[in-house]
Design a protein around this ligand. Structure first.
Ligand code: G3I
Length: 393
């Protein structure tokens, strides 16, 4: 090959790499790339195209929460979340479910009713049965319990624990919820999900202690969700790494579930170039960290376009937290994710992925239905990824 020919080949492959959508890069590295999504935006072509092109997983941002999905004692709104699930099927994407047991976004018939603990227990059990049963075989994993600890590691006082509670003290109400979810869909992976518990601290210590107890007693818990609602200064990466290590050492998966990196913005919602660069570095660090652990199997952001994000509403003067800008153009964060992924060698070839996709119906759960013992005995990302690639749920 002549020198000029080689230069052209190199340039072509660099261009091809640069143009590779993120979901291809994560597929080849055995992890899912997700985004929280809202069914009301699917009719917007740029929204739908970007979601399907770049992501291999979606999670309803609100549509599967208790209030939206179960607004009356015997009324279920499956229409909206179903549209997300069918979009995912159409585009070969996995679906994570969010969330079954949370103190927030509850319907008034639950919060204003005067129920005994026995009645409340029945309400929660029926809810889990109906929702998880409806999505069995379509939702591969659930945030069963969301945000049940305070920052100091004590249990949050909630309607499900103690006001009035379902009649079980301590973490027993979470154990019961996991068992009910497992009964409703024995194949689904079950997660405990929380924020401000990424580093080793009082909250993550309490979650770890609970996880350790559940694992030792065979309670159906498959992983811990780390939300990662971040800024550009999040404390020590080494501490996050230690936390991921101790969780995965239990044989549990870690999913990064709600990543975003909020920035100061002007009145038009624009951040400075320096802040966008610092944000890109945070995204890069998070991806590089997850890639170190075979059991860190999913990275998901809380939305994907700055056009739709909970941040400006919740943190006035902050925004621009996601990978795409309001016009769906990739930001420096997108490029830094590409770089982090390209710096980690692929463990699955493109051909193997094609085969796996045609083998598994919709490839939805390619890889993700592995049982706890299997996961624990799968020490290297390459081995795990190859095993999971051929697995049909
Ligand atoms: O759907 C109603 C609409 O009918 C009504 O007209 C409108 C009036 O305000 O409200 C709409 O509901 C809002 C809903 O988002 C959908 O847009 C709720 O008021 C609003 O509270 C809700 O906010 C959501 C928030 O959870 C609730 O706590 C955010 O979108 C959602 O991003 C956020 O997500 C949470 C995760 O579930 C758990 N971790 C933290 C994360 C961020 O808070």
């Amino acid at each position: 090959m002549s020198r000029s020919h080689a230069v052209i080949c190199f340039a072509v492959s660099v261009i091809a790499l640069a143009a590779q959508p993120l979901r291809q890069l994560t597929d080849q590295r055995g992890i899912k790339l997700g985004a929280a999504a809202d069914p009301s935006h699917l009719t917007e072509a740029a929204y739908a195209d970007t979601l399907a092109r770049e992501f291999s997983q979606l999670e309803p941002e609100n549509a599967m929460k208790f209030g939206p999905i179960h607004p009356g004692p015997s009324t279920y709104n499956f229409g909206q979340p179903d549209s997300l699930v069918s979009f995912a099927r159409q585009h070969n994407m996995a679906v994570r479910g969010h969330t079954l047991v949370w103190h927030n976004q509850l319907p008034s018939w639950v919060t204003s009713g005067t129920y005994s603990t026995t009645q409340l227990s029945g309400i929660l059990h029926d809810h889990i049965n109906a929702v998880v049963g409806h999505y069995a075989g379509q939702v591969y994993g659930w945030d069963v319990i969301n945000e049940a600890f305070n920052d100091d590691g004590t249990l949050r006082s909630t309607i499900w624990l103690d006001s009035p509670g379902i009649g079980l003290s301590g973490t027993a109400y979470m154990e019961q919820s996991l068992r009910w979810t497992h009964e409703a869909d024995p194949q689904a992976l079950l997660f405990y999900n929380d924020y401000s518990a990424e580093l080793v601290n009082s909250k993550s210590n309490a979650i770890y202690k609970m996880a350790q107890d559940f694992v030792s007693r065979g309670v159906p818990l498959n992983g811990i969700g780390m939300q990662m609602h971040f800024t550009t200064s999040n404390g020590s990466l080494a501490s996050i790494e230690s936390n991921i290590k101790r969780i995965t050492d239990l044989g549990l998966q870690v999913h990064i579930t709600e990543l975003d990196v909020r920035l100061p913005v002007d009145s038009s919602g624009n951040a400075t170039a320096a802040d966008l660069a610092a944000q890109a570095q945070v995204y890069r660090d998070v991806f590089a960290l997850c890639l170190k652990f075979p059991l860190c199997t999913s990275i998901q952001s809380w939305g994907f376009t700055d056009k739709y994000s909970w941040i400006p509403g919740a943190f006035p003067g902050r925004g621009a937290a996601l990978e795409f800008d309001t016009a769906y153009q990739p930001k420096p964060a997108y490029k830094s994710i590409q770089t982090a992924l390209q710096s980690s060698p692929p463990v699955i070839s493109a051909a193997a992925l094609t085969n796996a996709a045609s083998y598994a119906s919709g490839a939805v759960a390619r890889a993700f239905a592995q049982s706890l013992p299997e996961a624990a005995s799968c020490p290297a990302r390459a081995a795990c990824a190859q095993r999971w690639a051929g697995k049909k749920r």
